[in-house]
Design a protein around this ligand. Sequence first.
Ligand code: HEC
Length: 172
Amino acid sequence: MKKIFIILVILVMVSTNGFAQDEAVEVDTPMEQAISQDSLFIIINASFEKVKPMLTNSCYDCHSDQTEQPWYFNIPVINGWLEGHIEHARRNLDFSTGFPFAGSPDLIHLLEEIKEEVAEGEMPIFSYRIMHWGKLIEDEKQDTLFAWIDETIGLLKAHGFKAQEQQEKDEH
Ligand code: HEC
């Protein structure tokens, strides 16, 4: 796995260098674009494995299809309350199929939102935390997560992804 990862990193580095040297190459065909985007996402998903366990523990109950349903899920009122939350949460952000996460076409913005929610201790939502201790992502875990987010945003930007605000600015 590590070997494949290293080879992919080299491939992406080589391909980005190629573009930098010859601006004319930048008009790649949609097919080429799709391939380089796919390999970028493979790389991001490989590094995502580093932070996935903490997100699985703290976020997947609401932001994925892999929810661990607690015993009280069988109590109708609570069940309805939780399901409402899960539906709402997954519309905003869904980790189920790995990167790119679903929820917004603006991947950079979505990553920044995750960072913001975790930094402010807003996620997981409070009502869930009272029933589940130790779900906040703090200290070194938080550093690891934020480093991964920054690294990923860097990779996306290096491959021509832009935050939506930037896109709008460019269009004017
Ligand atoms: C108990 C369910 C639950 C858990 C667990 C949970 N969330 Fe959420 N999350 C929600 C709900 C509901 C929303 C949508 C409503 C809202 O913004 O409050 C949401 C929204 C979000 C949003 C979008 C915010 C926005 O303003 O658009 C982000 C980002 C997010 N959550 C990140 C996380 C992260 C990261 C974790 C884990 C550390 C997490 N959530 C854990 C329920 C949850």
